[in-house]
Each structure stands twice: as structure tokens, then as C-alpha cells.
Ligand binder design. Structure first.
Ligand SMILES: *Cc1c(COP(=O)(O)O)cnc(C)c1O
Length: 235
């Protein structure tokens, strides 16, 4: 496992450097952007290696897979994020397990998570996933619907709405994702102008391994990186 440890530590160092450069280039502080290590399909050994190299936030896209990893790492101080679709019947488990859920795409789901969080006495951070591409196959709510969900965040008792998330369509050329990142930031700014509380709109979760530099230039506060840290997924 020494090799894995060394390799992941090296990749993390490289990613942190690229993040710092992108932030500096955009006149931002490196500390303004949180690095989320997307560990879906990777083993607990990979997660332990990254944690040993100082990584604290990990993202998973399936509740069941995440729960196994959470159960297997009680000794690690990890903040687990859910970045994949959440079905209602898993809302209770999700509310009890995750520090943050990036895939809130309906009022109903927001209310279910909040109720479950109140019962579990947790205070998960919630991000509203916005579908900016208008692709029927993609998850997420359209921009107008996002406003309604963020606004409803003021009524939450336990969970806290903290921002917006998006996944642009895949482009071979990362520069083509820029308009989507800019649109998520514009949506955030529009909602602020509408008078929504800044605390509900603190985070912009956008940017993945092949385009995170651009997302940071456009205002990302959380970037979600899998392959850049752990290598190619083979599943
Ligand atoms: C898998 C995944 C990522 C990470 O993708 P990479 O290209 O490996 O960086 C980020 N966000 C979401 C929602 C994902 O499902």
C-alpha cells in the first residue's frame, strides 16, 4: 500500500497546486475553494491514503456504497458528501450520514431531508442541483425551480441550504463548460438581488477533474475531483 499512498499524496499535492494557481489567477484566495475528493468506485484503501495526506472531504454518488465506506472508517475524521441522485426512501440514511448533500432537486426532497435530519439530530448542508443544460436525462431542477427551493431553505429546522451545484454536459474541450459555470454564478447573483439571504447561497459546487481550473475562475467554492486524485475509474 506504500505505493498507493505515495501516488495519491503526489496527485493531491499536484491538484492543490493547480487549485491555488487557478484561484490566484482569478484574484481569489486558495482557501476560498474547497477540494472534494470523489471516491466513488474506489476502495477504502484509496480513501485512507488520501486522508493520510490531509484530505478531509470525500464525495460519493451512491448512498449504499457510501455507507459501507463510512462504516469501515470510524477512526477517520471525514466529512462525507453525497453528490449523486437521492431517492426518497434513502432520505433518512442520507440525513444521518452526510455532512453535505449536493443533489437536492425538489421541494419534497428538501422537506424529507430536513425532517429526517431533525429526527437524527444532524445538520447537513444542502446544495440545490441546477440543470442548466435543459437535458431531460440529467438530474437537477431548472433555474426558476431552484429559486423556490433555495427560498424554502429559510423554513428548514435542521438541514441548512448553503448553495447551488451543477454538472455541465461533457465537452472534450473544457473551455466549453465555462458558460455553464458562469450561468450558475449568475443565477446565484440574481437570487441575491432578489433578496435571498447570502447564507443560503454561500457555495457554488462546480468543476470536475478536466475543467476545475475554469470553474474556479468562474467562482466555484467547491470542486469535485475524482480521477485527478485517484486515477481512472474502471467500473
Ligand atoms: C464522478 C463525479 C465527479 C468527479 O468526476 P471526475 O471526472 O472523476 O473528477 C464529480 N461530480 C459528480 C457529480 C460526479 O458524479
Amino acid at each position: 500500500m506504500a505505493d498507493l499512498q505515495t501516488e495519491i499524496a503526489r496527485r493531491l499535492t499536484e491538484v492543490r497546486q493547480r487549485l491555488a494557481e487557478a484561484a490566484a489567477g482569478a484574484g481569489r484566495q486558495p482557501g476560498d475553494v474547497r477540494l472534494l475528493a470523489v471516491s466513488k468506485t474506489f476502495s477504502l484503501e484509496h480513501i485512507r491514503a488520501a486522508a493520510a495526506a490531509g484530505q478531509a472531504d470525500f464525495g460519493e454518488n451512491r448512498v449504499q456504497e457510501a455507507l459501507q465506506k463510512v462504516d469501515g472508517s470510524p477512526d477517520l475524521k471525514i466529512r462525507w458528501h453525497l453528490i449523486g441522485t437521492l431517492q426518497s426512501n434513502k432520505a433518512r440514511k442520507a440525513a444521518a450520514t452526510f455532512s453535505a448533500i449536493h443533489s437536492i432537486d425538489s421541494l419534497k426532497l428538501l422537506e424529507q431531508i430536513d425532517t429526517a435530519a431533525a429526527e437524527a439530530q444532524t445538520t447537513p448542508e444542502l446544495l440545490v442541483q441546477v440543470d442548466l443544460a435543459g437535458e431531460a436525462t440529467k438530474h437537477g431542477i431548472h433555474a426558476a425551480g431552484a429559486m423556490e427551493i433555495v427560498r424554502a431553505g429559510t423554513r428548514c429546522r435542521a438541514a441548512r441550504v448553503v448553495g447551488l451545484m451543477t454538472i455541465p454536459p461533457h465537452f472534450d474541450h473544457p473551455e466549453h463548460a465555462r458558460p455553464y459555470f458562469a450561468r450558475l454564478r449568475d443565477l446565484r447573483d440574481t437570487l441575491l438581488k432578489e433578496g435571498l439571504e447570502p447564507g443560503l447561497l454561500r457555495e457554488l459546487s462546480m468543476g470536475m477533474s478536466h475543467d476545475f481550473d475554469i470553474a474556479v475562475q468562474e467562482g466555484a467554492t467547491i470542486v469535485r475531483l475524482g480521477t485527478a486524485i485517484f486515477g481512472d475509474r474502471h467500473v
